[in-house]
Design a protein. Structure first.
Length: 116
């Protein structure tokens, strides 16, 4: 089966570049990650963020809430990343992409359902 949606981010952004995109200090980016407002994982020994999650020089509006719901449901950062990038054509390809559009509330609703 050939699927046009691949599991995972199309592009990764390193933390200094995230700070530049968001126009904040690198320490603020680290704080956002610690506070669960931004998702970062290690790839090749470097912490990176999926580019889709820091679109338009801001963190996607519903991302912090969805990350909180996923962590409350027992997901670690890698599992949350996998959940956000699970191919789903009903969500514009995957949850991470849908968070940037008008399906964001549906992604949040599905994340809430994981806790039950």
């Amino acid at each position: 089966m050939t699927d046009s949606v691949t599991k995972g981010p199309a592009e990764w952004v390193n933390l200094p570049d995230v700070a530049e995109r968001l126009e904040v200090s690198i320490s603020k980016v680290h704080q956002m990650i610690r506070d669960g407002h931004l998702l970062a994982v290690k790839r090749d020994g470097i912490r990176v963020v999926p580019a889709e999650l820091v679109a338009n020089s801001t963190v996607l509006k519903h991302l912090p809430g969805v990350l909180t719901l996923l962590h409350d449901a027992g997901y670690n950062d890698e599992e949350a990343l996998g959940w956000l990038y699970e191919p789903d054509e009903t969500l514009d390809g995957c949850g991470a992409v849908a968070l940037g559009g008008d399906r964001a509330r549906e992604v949040k609703r599905r994340a809430q359902a994981l806790g039950f």
